[in-house]
Design a protein around this ligand. Structure first.
Ligand SMILES: C[S@@+](CC[C@H](N)C(=O)[O-])C[C@H]1O[C@@H](n2cnc3c(N)ncnc32)[C@H](O)[C@@H]1O
Length: 210
């Protein structure tokens, strides 16, 4: 029971963070700014991981009548067994989450797959350092492991190609509020804002290409 509690709380924490940082502060913000002129957008996610950000974004697309083209990188995908052990249903907030999560994980690499009527997905099995963006993105979810674990993911040089691929009015969000990350994004020409973080974290960053 204790183990289950811990598992539930960590799932719950991940869910709250994904909702606040990426879906609400990134996609929701972009939609509020662009809603009168656009009914579709492109999103790039750094680090597909469990697929939680993708799943929540798919649900946002369905409930907000917006078509989303979602592109993501994952050089170290979870095994099928690990995917099966993910249980977002336990949160009781997501409809059909298991079926959609399966579809997201089983989608082939390097091709565009229509996952739902309003959400298409391209997954690349490649390191960010080797990725060459081929299009412009309205929104970037920058969800790399933390600075302590992978400092190289937060440098100006690593960030440059994806920042350069941001569309005008594009929005980048990340859970990090680190000063060096803010300065790197500013050096790349973005306007960077410290905004309220998810529960348990004081601040996060939202950067905009004006
Ligand atoms: C914080 S996790 C992402 C969590 C994910 N967004 C989710 O919704 O579960 C960071 C991810 O980045 C991936 N990663 C690590 N190094 C990378 C690199 N050099 N390029 C691209 N992805 C990388 C990891 O495998 C991991 O899945």
């Amino acid at each position: 029971m204790e183990e289950w509690d811990e598992y539930y709380h960590s799932m719950h924490g991940a869910f709250n963070e994904a909702m606040h940082v990426y879906v609400e502060s990134g996609l929701g913000f972009w939609k509020a700014e662009n809603t009168t002129i656009r009914d579709s957008c492109t999103i790039f996610e750094m680090g597909f991981g469990t697929g939680l950000n993708a799943l929540l974004t798919l649900e946002f697309a369905a409930s907000n009548q917006i078509n989303i083209q979602y592109e993501t990188l994952e050089p170290f995908p979870l095994t099928l067994r690990e995917v099966q052990e993910l249980n977002f249903d336990s949160l009781q907030t997501l409809q059909d989450s298991k079926a959609f999560l399966r579809k997201l994980h089983l989608a082939p690499w390097e091709s565009s797959v229509q996952i739902s009527s309003t959400f298409s997905l391209v997954k690349h099995k490649i390191l960010l350092e080797n990725f060459k963006p081929q299009k412009q993105y309205d929104i970037i979810y920058y969800d790399a492991f933390g600075f302590r674990v992978q400092p190289e993911m937060w440098s100006e040089d690593t960030l440059r190609p994806i920042v350069e691929a941001m569309a005008p009015q594009g929005v980048l969000v990340t859970y990090s509020a680190k000063g060096s990350v803010r300065r790197a994004l500013e050096a790349l020409g973005l306007d960077v804002f410290r905004i309220e973080g998810p529960p348990g974290k004081r601040e996060m960053l939202r950067a905009i290409r004006f």
